[in-house]
Design a protein around this ligand. Structure first.
Ligand code: FAD
Length: 452
C-alpha cells in the first residue's frame, strides 16, 4: 500500500464526510464507529440486539429448539466463561481494560464475561457511540447501487414488511463470526439415538448431571466446556482429531475426563466408536467445532464468496479489491488479540475512506491476495486456515499501524500474549490464576497511566 508521507498528527480528511453503514455493535462495530467518526464521517450502526457488546451479551440458558443450530440465542457465551487472554493485553490500545478503570467490578486478571461487557459499554459511553446505534434493527440486504454506493435494507424488530431502504457511501461489515455453528461429520449419527448440540448453545453444566458426554474439539471452548461439564457429568470424553489414533488418556486431576482420538462412527445402539476401535455408550455429543463466516445480507455484487471458511478475495483480510473501499470487513482474523486488531483495521478503513491513505490498484491488491494464498499453500495450511493468524498477528497489526501512522503494538503486549500461550499449555487448569509475568503487568499498568 502506498502511503502519503507520515506526519505526527493525522492530516485533515481529503474527502467530504461520508454517510456510512456499520453492521454490528460488538467490539468490532464499536471500534469502527469510533474511528470513522474520528475521521469526520457519519456512521450509522445497525444492531440486531437491544444493546451493544455482541458476543459479550450473555443470553441465559433458555436455548433454542435446534441445539445444533445458530438459534435465536444471541451469543455463544457460557455462564462460567472467564477471558482466555489477560485483560491488560485484551483492551483497545488507548482505552485500557484495567481493573483500575472506573466501573470495573471484577478485578481478576482473567475476569468473567460480565466484566468485558461492562468494559465495552464504558467504551461506547466514553466515546459517545450509543447515539450512533440503531438498536433492534437487522440489516437484511446490502446491494450495490449506481455510482459505487450501496443500498442497505434494514428492519426494526417486530416490524412487518420488507424493511427500510437507504443509500450509503460505503458499508463496513462487523457482524462477528461466532454464531453460525460448524458441525463435525460423523458417519452413522443420523441413526444414533443420543442428543447432539453445538457449544454455541451450551450455558451451564447442570443438565448433564450423571450423563456420558462426548466433546468434539480441541480449542478453547472444548477445553473450558469439558472441564465445566465434568463437574456434573458421569463421564466426559474429548475427541480430538489431531490426537494420535491410539489416544485414550485420563486427564490429570480428573476421575471422569478422558482424551481420545477422533470419532470414527456412531451406532444405532447408542455407541460412539473412536478411531482406535474403542467405544462408549454416550448420551450427548457436543460439537465444540467452531463457527462459519456468514454474510446472509450480501449478494453476488459484494464480489466475495465464502468457501471452506475462506472469505475470498480480500486485500489484507479487509477490502474486496473490486469494490474497495466502499465495502470492508472488520474482525475476520482469528487466533489473535481481537480488540486492538479491530481498532487498527478500523483506523485503516477510516483513513482509506477519507482518501488520506491510498490503496494500491485493484490489480495490485489481487496480486497481493494471490501471493498470500501461495504462502498458505507452501506452508501446507488448509483453506479453512486463511484467516488463522496464529503466526503473524503482530506483524499484521504493525503493518496496519504503519499505514495509519500509529505506533506499533507495545512490546509488553506481544510478550504477554506469547507468555500466556505457554502458561496455558503448562497450567491448563490454573493459568487464569497463576502466572509468572508480573513484570509485564507492571509495565502495562505504567503505560495505562497516560489513558486512565
Ligand atoms: P460480535 O461480538 O459477534 O458482534 C457482532 C454484532 O453484529 C452482534 O451484536 C450481532 O447482533 C450484530 N449483527 C450480526 N448480523 C447483523 C445484522 N444482519 N444486522 C444487524 N446486526 C447484526 N476475545 C477476547 O479478546 N478474549 C476472550 O477471552 C475471548 N473469549 C471468547 C470466548 C467465546 C466463547 C467466544 C465465542 C469468543 C471469544 N472471544 C474472546 C472473541 C470475541 O468474539 C471477540 O472478542 C469479539 O467480541 C468479537 O467482536 P465482533 O464485533 O467481531 O463480533
Amino acid at each position: 500500500t502506498r502511503l502519503r508521507p507520515h506526519s505526527p498528527s493525522p492530516p485533515p480528511m481529503q474527502s467530504a464526510p461520508l454517510r456510512l453503514a456499520v453492521i454490528g455493535a460488538g467490539a468490532a462495530g464499536l471500534a469502527a464507529a469510533r474511528e470513522l467518526r474520528r475521521e469526520g464521517h457519519a456512521p450509522v450502526v445497525f444492531e440486531r440486539a437491544a444493546a451493544v457488546g455482541g458476543t459479550w451479551l450473555y443470553a441465559p440458558p433458555a436455548t433454542s429448539s435446534d441445539p445444533l443450530g445458530a438459534a435465536a440465542t444471541h451469543s455463544s457465551l457460557y455462564a462460567s466463561l472467564r477471558t482466555n487472554l489477560p485483560r491488560e493485553s485484551m483492551g483497545f490500545l488507548d482505552f485500557p481494560f484495567s481493573a483500575a478503570a472506573p466501573g470495573s467490578a471484577d478485578p481478576r486478571r482473567f475476569p468473567g464475561h460480565e466484566e468485558v461487557l461492562r468494559y465495552l459499554e464504558a467504551f461506547a459511553r466514553r466515546f459517545d457511540l450509543l447515539r450512533l446505534v440503531r438498536f433492534e434493527t437487522e440489516v437484511l440486504r446490502v446491494r450495490r447501487e449506481g455510482r459505487g454506493k450501496w443500498e442497505v435494507t434494514s428492519r426494526k424488530l417486530g416490524d412487518k414488511g420488507s424493511g427500510q431502504e437507504e443509500v450509503y457511501d460505503a458499508v463496513v461489515v462487523c457482524n462477528g463470526h461466532y454464531t453460525e455453528p460448524r458441525i463435525a461429520v460423523i458417519p452413522g449419527v443420523d441413526a444414533w439415538p443420543g442428543k447432539q448440540m453445538h457449544s454455541h448453545n451450551y450455558r451451564v453444566p447442570e443438565p448433564f448431571l450423571d450423563q456420558v458426554v462426548i466433546i468434539i474439539g480441541a480449542a478453547a471452548s472444548a477445553d473450558d466446556i469439558s472441564r465445566d461439564i465434568a463437574s456434573t457429568a458421569k463421564e466426559v470424553h474429548i475427541a480430538d482429531r489431531s490426537a494420535p489414533v491410539c489416544t485414550c488418556v485420563k486427564q490429570p486431576g480428573y476421575d471422569n475426563l478422558w482424551l481420545h482420538s477422533m470419532i470414527d462412527r456412531a451406532e444405532e445402539d447408542g455407541s460412539v466408536v473412536f478411531q482406535d476401535g474403542s467405544s462408549i455408550k454416550a448420551d450427548v455429543i457436543m460439537h465444540c467445532t467452531g463457527y462459519l463466516y456468514d454474510f446472509p445480507f450480501l449478494g453476488d455484487d459484494s464480489t466475495i464468496t465464502v468457501d471452506d471458511n475462506c472469505v475470498d478475495p480480500l486485500y489484507k483480510h479487509v477490502f474486496p479489491p473490486e469494490v474497495a473501499p466502499q465495502l470492508s470487513f472488520i474482525g475476520l482474523p482469528w487466533k489473535v488479540i481481537p480488540f486492538p486488531l479491530f481498532e487498527l483495521q478500523s483506523k485503516w478503513v477510516a483513513g482509506v475512506l477519507s482518501g488520506r491513505i491510498v490503496l494500491p490498484s485493484k490489480e495490485e491488491m489481487m496480486e497481493d491476495v494471490k501471493a498470500f494464498y501461495s504462502k498458505l499453500e507452501a506452508r501446507g495450511w488448509p483453506k479453512r486456515y486463511t484467516h488463522n493468524f496464529s503466526n503473524y498477528q503482530f506483524e499484521y497489526d504493525d503493518w496496519l499501524a504503519e499505514q495509519c501512522s500509529h505506533p506499533p503494538i507495545e512490546e509488553w503486549r506481544k510478550q504477554m500474549y506469547a507468555i500466556n500461550g505457554i502458561n496455558k499449555a503448562i497450567r491448563p487448569e490454573s493459568y487464569r490464576d497463576e502466572w509468572d509475568d508480573d513484570h509485564l503487568v507492571a509495565e502495562a499498568n505504567e503505560d495505562f497511566k497516560k489513558y486512565l
